[in-house]
Design a protein around this ligand. Structure first.
Ligand SMILES: Nc1ncnc2c1ncn2[C@@H]1O[C@H](COP(=O)(O)OP(=O)(O)OP(=O)(O)O)[C@@H](O)[C@H]1O
Ligand SMILES: [Mg+2]
Length: 400
């Protein structure tokens, strides 16, 4: 029943995306023409009212930031839909009518519709409404970008400890910052962050990205598993056969939605360099490059730093895992030379803790071990706290 889907005026990424819902064909054509006359818009037209926001999201080919509704064909259905879409806060809603019926306009405005157009449509008035809506959207986007922080963990070679560090860092970050923190496991297929955290998960990244039109903050909340530390986890799929591989477009949408709900988003990407073009690597993200003292790991680190990250300063953090001060192969000077810069963090080789995690399914971050202390320092620094916790002094002195 989705009959017409056309793109008017421009194919650029910055065009506004509008879902135009109007059973009355002629009026729909008229408003489509007015929408496209002065603005760069991409319009997806629907010839009937979807039952609610979720239904609409499933019907749309791409995410639309604005919904424009025919208020006349079935005012009650239009109003119900307008109310549901407005309550989700993901799309601006506008309505149009053949008549200048003030009572009808007020009913729509009361549920949150921002603009009500009447026939004959004034393209200048419509362009102004679209401009205001796009401004609101970009400031919302900016706000969510400003307030949330993305920490991406990338390895220089498989097995160098990305998951162990990312998952324990995420727990420490949730605990130390006291803020909403989400760990996303993109170490596909079969990432094992959940195993490191000792949790079983029902849903995964595969559910989040199989239909990105449907992905919003509510849906994401139903997919995450909560760890007892307060950390939320979006696990990797537990099956090799997933419908959609997470390409950059899907990752970008997932990250955008995650940032709307969480103040910290920690992402384990394993050694996936194919995601370099995604929003994960925006300037504002902190990239934790995990390497260790081995010839190929240091050589890979050197290449990755010089080829991809040479312009990053504080937002690239070099983490040397399984560090033993008296390693026979390289001393600190050689390591620094190979990495072209000093390491930011050294995580000790802590076989006992790693083994304990495997045996007890208790994350290392929750134990008082050398590895957890080092990871906690990283997490505290990431949330703006001094690296070491200050010991409380003077408490209980009356009882001495
Ligand atoms: N500092 C460390 N000390 C001791 N053991 C460690 C340390 N870091 C990681 N390990 C252990 O090494 C193994 C591999 O680590 P992990 O799974 O985190 O690597 P990875 O980079 O995520 O691997 P993959 O490429 O398979 O995703 C795990 O058993 C983990 O517990
Ligand atoms: Mg891993």
């Amino acid at each position: 029943m989705l009959d017409v889907s056309r793109v008017h005026n421009g194919t650029d990424r910055n065009v506004l995306s509008v879902a135009l819902i109007g059973p009355h064909e002629q009026r729909r054509q008229a408003i489509a023409a007015a929408l496209a006359e002065r603005s760069a818009v991409r319009i997806e037209e629907l010839a009937y009212y979807p039952s609610d926001f979720d239904h609409l999201s499933r019907l749309l080919e791409k995410h639309c930031s604005i919904v424009v509704l025919d208020a006349d064909s079935d005012p009650d259905a239009a109003l119900r839909l307008a109310e549901d879409v407005c309550s989700r806060g993901q799309m601006a809603v506008m309505a149009y009518s053949a008549e200048a019926d003030v009572k009808l306009a007020i009913r729509f405005m009361r549920v949150g519709v921002s603009d009500f157009f009447t026939f004959p449509f004034d393209s200048a008035e419509i362009a102004e409404a679209l401009r205001r809506s796009s401004q609101r959207e970009s400031s919302l986007r900016q706000e969510s970008r400003l307030s949330s922080k993305v920490c991406v963990f990338l390895g220089t070679k498989g097995g160098c400890g990305v998951t162990a560090i990312a998952s324990n860092f995420a727990i420490s970050l949730a605990q130390e910052s006291g803020r909403n923190t989400l760990l996303i496991d993109l170490g596909l297929p079969l990432g094992d962050a959940a195993i490191n955290l000792g949790i079983t998960t029902e849903f995964s990244v595969a559910n989040a990205i199989q239909d990105t039109n449907r992905l919003d903050t509510n849906f994401l909340n139903t997919l995450v598993t909560n760890h007892s530390s307060g950390l939320s986890v979006l696990a990797a799929p537990s099956d090799f056969r997933i419908d959609r591989q997470p390409d950059n477009e899907a990752i970008n949408k997932l990250l955008l939605v995650a940032r709307q709900s969480y103040e910290y988003v920690v992402v384990d990407i394993g050694s996936r360099l194919d995601l370099l073009g995604s929003a994960l690597f925006e300037e504002s993200s902190i990239i934790y490059l995990i390497t260790q003292v081995g010839i190929s790991e240091l050589r890979n680190a050197n290449r990755m730093i010089s080829q991809f990250f040479s312009r990053r300063s504080d937002n690239l953090q070099i983490v040397l895992n399984r560090y033993k001060p008296a390693t026979l192969l390289f001393d600190d000077k050689h390591i620094e030379k190979a990495l072209t810069r000093p390491t930011d963090w050294k995580i000790p080789d802590d076989w006992t803790s790693a083994r304990r995690t495997q045996n007890t399914a208790t994350p290392m971050a929750l134990a008082d071990a050398p590895i957890s202390q080092a990871i906690r320092q990283m997490a505290r620094t990431a949330c703006g706290l001094p690296a070491d916790r200050e010991e409380k002094k003077g408490l209980f002195s009356f009882f001495r």
